[in-house]
Design a protein around this ligand. Structure first.
Ligand code: SAH
Length: 261
């Protein structure tokens, strides 16, 4: 702790809200929300989760759909959390999925920790796991793959900002691409160009785990066309790999799982 920090600073809980459905948050995450003085939440967080905060808790919207904002908004979010914590308040920073999977949770935790503010990370079910479970895709079915790779598709594959090694990805097992719908044509072309079979089973899962979830599956080479025809829209993940072929067989299980809720 730096000498300038008060010793009574409140804790900031970086909480994963889960992949969409509000009852997929962890018990620890829900308990943190129920105790919060301040909730700082992102665009993809379900309103029902925020409703669990005490009625008089401050609610701060920190949404940035598209994740393409500059540093200004991120700086503001950092300052809001730090100021409230310094005032001794318990802050819950609620982020979709898991806070540290393409969620800037690492940056936020570092910012706070460097200033001596206590931080606790509460993991969440990341979209790859939640959306694939809800779509009947067994991410690492043992007959098909020994690996799963989480990829950001945010950057245009043709831009220098994109640092992905397509050859490595083409033989990496199951791939789950976040934020990639906009670049789906180019992503599929890069993977196929790097040696992946164009007929590899693939899917787009939109609004995974939510009541209006939409799944489009198709061989990789036709996935972008199929997704457009179906009107696929963000938030969505792209799943590529032989495991997607197990989807139909898994659907009865998924129906059983839905019955639990
Ligand atoms: N931290 C989050 C990811 C944030 S990046 C996590 O662990 O899941 C935002 C991206 O996540 C979206 O662009 C989309 O690719 C994916 N995403 C989030 N919610 C989703 C949902 N319900 N269905 C499909 N994809 C989703």
């Amino acid at each position: 702790m730096t000498p300038t920090e008060p010793t009574h600073a409140g804790t900031v809980y970086l909480v994963g809200a889960g992949p969409g459905a509000p009852d997929l948050v962890t018990v620890r995450g829900l308990n943190a929300i129920r105790r919060a003085d301040v909730v700082v939440y992102d665009a993809l967080v379900h309103p029902e989760l925020i409703a669990h905060a005490p009625a008089d808790a401050e609610r701060v919207y920190a949404g940035k759909r598209g994740y393409c904002v500059g540093s200004t908004l991120q700086e503001t979010i950092h300052e809001v959390m730090a100021n409230r914590a310094r005032a001794g308040l318990t802050v819950v920073r609620l982020k979709g999925g898991d806070p540290c999977v393409f969620g800037r949770g690492g940056e936020e935790a570092e910012y706070l920790a460097e200033r001596g503010i206590p931080v606790e990370i509460v993991p969440g079910v990341t979209t790859a796991v939640g959306a694939c479970a809800a779509a009947g895709i067994p991410l690492t079915h043992r007959d098909e793959t020994q690996a799963v790779t989480l990829v950001t598709g945010h950057f245009d594959p043709d831009s220098p900002e994109c640092k992905l090694d397509w050859k490595a990805l083409a033989c990496a097992g199951t791939l789950v691409v976040y934020m990639g719908l906009r670049h789906l044509d180019a992503i599929a072309a890069r993977l196929i160009g790097a040696g992946l079979d164009p007929e590899t089973p693939a899917a787009v899962v939109c609004r995974g785990t939510l009541p209006d979830q939409q799944v489009i599956d198709s061989p990789l080479t036709q996935l972008a066309t199929a997704a457009r025809a179906a009107g696929a829209a963000a938030p969505a993940v792209i799943v590529v790999g032989q495991v997607v072929a197990h989807r139909t067989r898994m659907m009865s299980l998924v129906a059983a799982q839905g019955a639990v809720a």
